[in-house]
Design a protein around this ligand. Sequence first.
Ligand code: B12
Ligand code: SF4
Length: 494
Amino acid sequence: MRIILASPESKVWSSRKHIPLGLGYLAAVLREAGHDILLYDAAVEDLPLDYYLDKAEEEGKPYRLIGISSATPLIQDAWEMAALAKKRGLITILGGPHLTIMPAESLGPEHPYVDYTFKGEAEHGIVEFVAALEQGKRPEDLGIPGLNFRHNGEIIISPESPMIEDLDALPFPAHDLFKIDRYTNLQPLTDGLDPDARSFTILTSRGCPYKCTFCSKPVTGDTWRGRSVENVIAEWRWLVKDLHATEIGVTDDIWNLKLPRAKELCRRLIEEGLNTTPWITVHGMKVNHTDPELFQLMKAAGAKRVGFGVENGDPWMLRNVIRKGQTIDQVRNAFRWAKAADLQTMGFFIFGMPRDTEESMEKTIQLALELDPDLANFMLAAPFPGTKMWDMIQEEGNVFAHEWSDLAIHDAKARFTINDGVYDPDMVVKKWREAYRRFYLYRPKRVWEKLSKKSFWLDLPHTLANARRFFIGEDAQTADARAAAGGKIIQKVA
Ligand code: B12
Ligand code: SF4
């Protein structure tokens, strides 16, 4: 069957474009089952979806099915894409994080163009689903775990698709189907835009046993499942030797959970001579699963930069609100060891968790200045359904949002309040901007680092737009805007 696997064009701000790896996995299993797949990532496509649909019809081999992936802030865009495809006669199925949390919402009467939704990891389910369509059967009748649909006017939600235990049994993602030259390098805000980048990502494991209260990991879940080192090395070799990767991003939730395995992976990269392609840990490592040797091995294995989720500088906040399972001393050690191994460092910090006060946010700024990573990423807390933080706000406060896209991370606005007489969303935005100014603007060393980079001047309009966004802002979230947003999102069907 001819199938399109698509990611909608995101209207939420992002400085980077990365391959949608989940779709890469689905493309791989469907290709293995003999289907013809087009990966359509609207973020990098010049041509509209209609172009591919017209062309396929002209060739007499039309596409029959479109599978669309969506995170929560992108769901409106996913609906628009599904509506367009439905008009052209395709069967539509939506999957990904948002559909795993809210599988019924997209099957409601407002979205008649969505035929199916899917909860959870879909490598097994999608193959069964497509086989049924091809054989003229109704997938609804097969009890496929994860598959949701309408039946006699009712929305039927199936049990979640079981997590895949043996990740080694999966084929590698269909990296070769991505138009890789159209993606940005992994961290253009830090490295500048490299027009020749061929940046791939890799998942060495899925899931994370920690339960940070802000973290939404509906798909990969709380059970850590690691691939064998040899299986990872084989994919890495394909990326470096055959697909000519210029950099690789490890995008696991927590790749270093098992310290000996992480070290073994580095040793094997060195032995295989795969350490000439730089790699980074895109979303961070966990500080309390590190030691000096790990960082030295990473450096020798080609790692360029490591990131850590620091989140907050107040030990009480870390322990009682964020429940990060790490101490500030462990944070300090990890930064020290990584720097000693000559790795660049990044720190991720969150402003405006429930209970955050001016004092605790000040401690966060102080810690960022003390750790002095090469890149500090200050984020405003964004509540996603399914997290502890979301539940807390539902009980004690109000979300300022009227559509899901209002929850986008990196939008320069407070997204909620807690009615405890202490929490102040305006103070949150003020301290957040202050963090950017104090870290990047008020220290001559930082300013000079930026000005002396070629990329600063080559990409000046982009750089200035980012500067405005982080340092000045648009003050869009006035009291009126909050009132217009109507307080809470109406949670339709869970
Ligand atoms: C790498 C990554 C990115 C990359 C690449 C994005 C991408 N499209 O893959 C970048 C940096 C660009 C990115 C951006 C964003 N991300 Co991101 N990202 C991740 C990360 C760390 C890994 C994604 C991944 O590869 N997962 C592993 C694969 C195997 O899972 P998967 O992609 O979900 O796909 C599986 C299933 O969902 C399902 N499936 C997926 N699509 C479909 C489609 C169909 C039809 C079917 C049937 C099934 C199906 O099958 C797949 C295979 O098992 C996750 C965390 C995580 N652990 O998932 C966050 C995560 C997905 N991101 C998140 C967010 C919020 C965003 C942004 C919206 C941030 C923002 N600006 O506000 C943007 C959205 C951009 C976009 N186009 O999606 C949240 C989503 C939370 C939520 N409730 O939706 C997550 C869970 C992080 C978190 N803990 O908060 N992200
Ligand atoms: S933030 Fe990181 S450590 Fe915490 S639960 Fe999420 S993936 Fe795990």
